[in-house]
Design a binder for this molecule. Structure first.
Ligand code: BTN
Length: 326
């Protein structure tokens, strides 16, 4: 009831009467008042005027299950929400929930992770109160080969959300890092469980650096946060709300063709590598070339000096700018 009342208050321009809330939830005025009082204690500014009802007067930057639930306007993505003040890793929790039968679209969010995981076995530093850590669970019915494209779908959803909330152009470093001013603000770790020819579940874990923070020396100059670059105060809840909305729309486009053909143009427009010289760290041999953009499978097309077009598949290969990270 708490998140629904919050949602009503958020949607109502002006006052919502106590009577209306009582009738909607089938509870007493005292029960409604108790919820309102609880919200006020959490920091929401709520004005109560006799004869008129309740009105939201301020929206503090609160990050809680109720705040997130009251914001979600999607049909399925993030509708089943599991929130942890602290957990090991949202990817691990999402996998456990998947095995227990959680539905597709389940969103696992944490304020803090104690064992945050990055790609290639790295750790993802995840302090409380500063960043966004979440994992979206999907149970798709396409073949496992296609799952790697989901990372790019999420990258595009996050890139557009970051651009909107920060008011500045975010870009994608292929395949799935989001960068602001050439520095990384987001990482995505997608993991899949397969049985035979079928996907049991895919978990797409996203970490976004939001508040100002110091980075370990090896990330100095390579990593940054949304607030550091944009100079704006960013609400983690508003950002996540936007990401879920974008993902739902982008995923529908992906499902139509079961490839990235309908998203390719928008993805390539945001691709920081496009038209730039890149170094492809292929275990079979490094080479350089000019990145042309992705194809409908999400492979990066790179033109080498001899005019050949190579298709780089994300799995084993990293791409760097010839002079640095991008
Ligand atoms: C990368 O190395 O770039 C990927 C980082 C992914 C981090 C996110 S935070 C939420 C989710 N839970 C994890 O343990 N990892 C991902």
């Amino acid at each position: 009831m708490k998140s629904e009342i919050l949602s009503f208050l958020r949607k109502t321009d002006g006052y919502i009467s106590g009577q209306e809330l009582c009738e909607h939830f089938g509870v007493t005025r005292a029960a409604v008042w108790k919820v309102i009082d609880g919200l006020k204690k959490e920091g929401y500014g709520i004005e109560a005027v006799t004869g008129r009802g309740y009105r939201l007067t301020s929206l503090p930057d609160i990050f809680s299950a109720e705040e997130l639930e009251s914001r979600m306007c999607t049909e399925w993505a993030g509708r089943n929400l599991v929130f942890y003040a602290s957990t090991g890793s949202t990817n691990i929790q999402a996998k456990l929930l998947a095995e227990e039968g959680a539905p597709t679209g389940t969103l696992v969010v944490a304020d803090q992770q104690t064992q945050g995981r990055g790609r290639r076995g790295r750790t993802w530093t995840s302090p409380a109160g500063r960043n966004l850590y979440f994992t979206l669970l999907l149970k798709p019915d396409f073949v496992p080969d296609k799952a790697s494209m989901l990372t790019l779908v999420m990258a595009h959803a996050v890139q557009s959300a970051v651009t909107e909330v920060c008011g500045m152009q975010a870009q994608i470093k292929w395949p799935n890092d989001i960068v602001l001013n050439g520095k990384k603000v987001t990482g995505i770790l997608t993991e899949m469980s397969v049985q035979g020819e079928y996907i049991q579940h895919v978990v797409i874990g996203v970490g976004v650096n939001v508040k100002e923070q110091e980075f370990v020396p090896e990330l100095e100059g390579k990593a940054t946060s949304l607030e550091q670059e944009s100079g704006r105060q960013i609400s983690r809840a508003a950002l996540l709300e936007k990401i879920m909305e974008n993902f739902e729309a982008d995923y529908a486009l992906f499902l139509k063709k079961q490839n990235l053909s309908l998203l390719m143009e928008a993805y390539n427009a945001a691709l920081v590598n496009c038209g730039r010289e890149v170094r492809v760290l292929d275990p079979a041999g490094e080479y350089t070339g000019i990145a042309q953009g992705i194809n409908e499978k999400g492979e990066l097309c790179v033109k080498t000096a001899d005019g050949k077009l190579k298709k780089v598949y994300a799995g084993e290969v990293s791409v760097r700018g010839v002079y640095g990270y991008v």
